[in-house]
Design a protein around this ligand. Structure first.
Ligand code: FAD
Length: 446
């Protein structure tokens, strides 16, 4: 199974890559069987974009690049919010993964269970070993429904009005719960800590609010007189982490009469009661609900967290600018699994992928990484049917807005942004991004 060894990894102290000899120049890989020049762990948004961008550079031949992923389907996850809003079917947002992978790439339809970075191989769940010269680690992040006591049972119960857009299997339960609620209290939660697309937990609330408003069940100008009361219970201290967009969202919350429970982190569900942990040893709070939309905690995968590649938090420990591992100079990471200190989104990957690709190729050419990722990420915040606030920012929360060049303030919710979110982004994802042809706001990747 485990044929001739690839190059031995060079372990270097963090921030000291200048003295590292290029790995690809040390010992050429005998390119047979399970040896690959580049192995990509995860064929999701990041893995597909990066492997196809690499392939399109014209420097790799058949099976030089391998993708390892156990999945049958690739999902356009941002669309699950639209499913929750009754705007799309979940089936329309997925494609068979094997069909998205260029035949020039070797596809191992299996999971990785362990990394051996000192010996340049990964181990698959069936114990096979795959050798690499360069490794790209992009298996995303786990959504852990077990972090809220009683949640798996409540979600699985078709009669409960408990649901979540954060999972393919249940995202199509959400709109039904919104339609069923005629009166009572609706609570929408966001966990403390990292969550992919930090705006999604409230996007689904704004859509539900608009639905109830149109159905005559919610009167934003007099919420106390409405059949339905709405609460946003978030583990975070504010509506959104970036002050510019937070100001608009907080204003909307107040205008629309939504109760804000900040630093309330859902930990348990019991019947129609939801219990929230509070920071600083404050007492837990329990609230009654009739409808509950839950976003559970997102966690690094255990096989990453327990590996030599992880930082203390369990993410693949990469340099925040080059995307290269801080210890292993032939290991790279992007997307949700990486330690890149920005908001975890598909949009962020549009900016990370070209940087990773260029820097990896520079390394093969015995050069230092040349491009720097600036932390770009984006969150199209649906604020009602037909309107989106388009948050775009980089490291340190500094706005980096695509349309500022034409004088547009993206903190103002607009119809044009709604069509970007609902129609354009899903289209461009399937048509260009997974094929390595989409560079985000920089348009087409070359
Ligand atoms: C409800 C929701 C709304 C969102 N809204 C937006 C939005 O509006 N805009 C936006 O930009 N982003 C949004 N996102 C976030 C976006 O979908 C993710 O940030 C993005 O998909 C991350 O890509 P990734 O490649 O890192 O991980 P993924 O796309 O999740 O892919 C990870 C891949 O790794 C594979 N894998 C897992 N374990 C292993 C293993 N052991 N071995 C090998 N492979 C493995 C998986 O099968 C999967 O194919 C949203 C996400 C959700 C859930």
């Amino acid at each position: 199974m485990f044929s001739s060894r690839a190059t031995r990894a060079v372990v270097v102290p963090a921030q000291n890559f200048r003295n590292v000899r290029n790995l690809a120049t040390i010992v050429p890989v005998s390119h047979r069987g399970r040896d690959h020049k580049v192995v990509v762990v995860g064929g999701g948004t990041a893995g597909l974009s990066i492997s196809h961008q690499l392939l399109r550079k014209g420097r790799f031949v058949q099976d030089d690049i391998a993708i390892i992923d156990p999945a049958t389907w690739n999902h356009y996850q941002p669309g699950w919010t639209l499913v929750g809003g009754g705007l799309k079917t979940k089936e329309s947002l997925r494609r068979p993964l094997a069909g998205l992978i260029d035949p020039k790439l070797k596809f191992y339809n299996s999971g990785v269970s362990a990394f051996s970075p000192d010996d340049n191989f990964v181990t698959l769940e069936n114990n096979d070993k795959i050798n690499y010269e360069h490794l790209i680690v992009a298996p995303g992040i786990a959504v852990d429904f077990g972090t809220v006591k009683g949640l798996p049972e409540a979600i699985a119960n078709p009669d409960s009005l408990v649901s979540s857009i954060y999972d393919y299997n249940v995202c199509d339960k959400v709109f039904g719960t919104v339609q069923k609620l005629q009166k009572g209290t609706a609570i929408f939660t966001q966990p403390a800590g990292v969550v992919k697309c930090a705006g999604a937990p409230q996007k689904i609330m704004w859509l539900a609010l608009d639905h109830w408003k149109r159905a005559g069940l919610y009167n934003a100008s007099n919420p106390s007189d409405s059949a339905i009361k709405i609460t946003f219970a978030t583990g975070l201290p504010t509506m959104f982490g970036i002050p510019k967009y937070c100001a608009t969202l907080e204003e909307l919350r107040i205008q629309r009469g939504v109760e804000g429970l900040f630093e309330h982190d859902l930990v348990a569900i019991n019947g129609k009661m939801a219990t929230f942990a509070r920071p600083g040893g404050k007492e837990q709070v329990t609230k009654q609900f009739d409808l509950l939309h839950v976003v559970p905690k997102n966690r690094p995968h255990t096989f990453i967290k327990n590996s030599p590649l992880a930082n203390e938090a369990g993410f693949v420990d990469v340099d925040s600018k080059t995307t290269r591992h801080t210890k292993y100079s032939n290991i790279w990471s992007a997307g949700d699994a990486s330690s890149l200190p920005t908001s975890k989104t598909m949009a962020a990957i549009t900016a990370q992928a070209p940087v990773l690709v260029r820097n990896l190729l520079s390394t093969i050419d015995s050069k230092e990484p040349q491009l720097e990722y600036d932390g770009y990420t984006s969150c199209p915040l649906v604020t009602e049917y037909g309107k989106v606030l388009l948050a775009e920012f980089k490291y340190d929360g500094v706005p980096k807005e695509t349309f500022s060049m034409v004088g547009i303030d993206q903190a103002v919710p607009r119809r044009a942004f709604y069509h970007l979110k609902k129609d354009f982004f899903p289209w461009v994802y399937h048509k260009y991004m997974v094929k390595g042809k989409w560079g985000g706001p920089k348009i087409w990747s070359n």
